[in-house]
Design a protein around this ligand. Structure first.
Ligand code: GGG
Length: 352
């Protein structure tokens, strides 16, 4: 197995380093790690956030472990050269359309949720976020109107095949869990969302064993706080999924805990190519201080072993070690503790 390791910017390198240490501690035969530059770090070195050589490494790999990208000091660059284009470019170039973002409450963290005590600790949900469409990839631009006002636009669009394939991913995920799928849209206002809803309903005919519901995104945001335990799988578009998963992270304690898998196929086949990354960004305010919680990246490495390497036992070992560390009180600053990045990595490795 050839794993591309793209650490990126800000806290990306420090959290990725700990995930790599965890993978190495498992002593998996034939696991080759190849590093590549992405994001602002790549722009500074090669003049582009996703240089050709990085894309080549990605294409030659069986999976990608990705840290984070983002660098405020490069905000002046045209959009195509901004650090974020590295991850957006990889998702698009490699057809990684299905982003799985699980949010579960770990033992010992039940009291850390920002939610009321009666609903905290009862969350076990999976957000299936579409990654290749929506306002992220629609036509966009800026111009100055005749009266001198500046205008910006980003077109939201989905073609039915794009909705169909992510709907299948959502239904299949629900079949493997508690059999409930909530499709989140804004069909009362947006044409894109009406098409989304129509297509999801069409696809649902093939999954009579899954209970399908629909929810407007504003209501979904409220229900995630009011009654998060009611959700099993949420399937939604690129932008809504990005926002709701950050919200879900605080329902379970911290964004420093949420891992993700971005896949090009979701038929349940083990050994599928994928990109694995924490849902958090580069957190420049704490970068280089050894304060970042690497658990989301370590848990992303577990998802990599599960989905791209077919190593369920090893993936479960990592997840159990993270859960044990948390249960033993090993908590970073994001969880109200004082453990640093390396200390958390050491604690997970010690419990593998
Ligand atoms: N590890 C996630 C990351 O680096 N995110 C930065 C980013 O710009 N992501 C775009 C998005 O997921 O919407």
């Amino acid at each position: 197995m050839r794993i591309a390791v793209f650490a990126g910017d800000g806290i990306g390198p420090e959290v990725t380093e700990q995930a790599v240490r965890v993978l190495q501690a498992l002593e998996i035969n034939g696991l080759e790690l190849v590093e590549g530059d992405v994001g602002g770090a790549a722009y500074r070195k090669h003049g582009h956030p996703l240089p050709a050589q990085t894309l080549e490494i990605a294409r030659s790999a069986d999976a990608i472990l990705f840290g984070a990208v983002g660098d405020f000091s490069l905000d002046h660059l045209e959009r195509a050269l901004r650090p974020e284009q590295a991850v957006l470019g990889l998702r698009k170039e490699l057809g990684l359309f299905a982003n799985l973002r699980p949010a579960t409450v770990f033992k010992g963290l039940e009291d850390l949720s920002t939610l009321r005590p009666e609903v905290a600790g009862k969350i076990d949900l999976l957000i299936v976020r579409e990654l290749n469409g929506d306002v992220y990839f629609g036509e966009k631009g800026t111009r100055t109107l005749e009266d001198g006002r500046r205008q910006g636009w980003d077109m939201m669009s989905y073609a039915e095949d794009e909705v169909r394939r992510i709907a299948h991913a959502g239904f299949k995920a629900a079949q493997g869990r508690r059999g409930k799928l909530c499709s989140v849209d804004k069909a009362n206002v947006l044409e894109t969302s009406q098409l989304w809803r129509d297509v999801v309903i069409e696809v649902s005919a093939q999954y009579p064993d899954v209970q399908l519901t629909h929810m407007y995104v504003d209501n979904a945001a409220m229900q995630l706080v009011k009654n998060p335990g009611a959700f099993d799988v949420i399937v939604t578009g690129n932008l809504f999924g990005d926002i709701l998963s950050d919200q879900a992270s605080m329902c379970v304690g911290s964004i420093g805990l949420l891992a993700s898998a971005s896949l090009a196929e979701t038929d349940g086949a083990q050994g599928a190519f994928g990109l694995y990354e924490p849902i958090h960004g580069s957190a420049p305010d704490i970068a280089g201080k050894g304060l970042a919680n690497p658990m989301a990246t370590i848990l992303s490495a577990a998802m990599l072993l599960r989905h791209s390497c077919g190593m369920e036992a090893e993936a479960a070992r990592i997840e159990a070690a993270v859960a044990a560390a948390l249960a033993d009180g090993v908590k970073g600053g994001d969880l109200g503790g004082s453990a640093g990045t390396k200390e958390i990595g050491d604690a997970v490795i010690a419990r593998l």
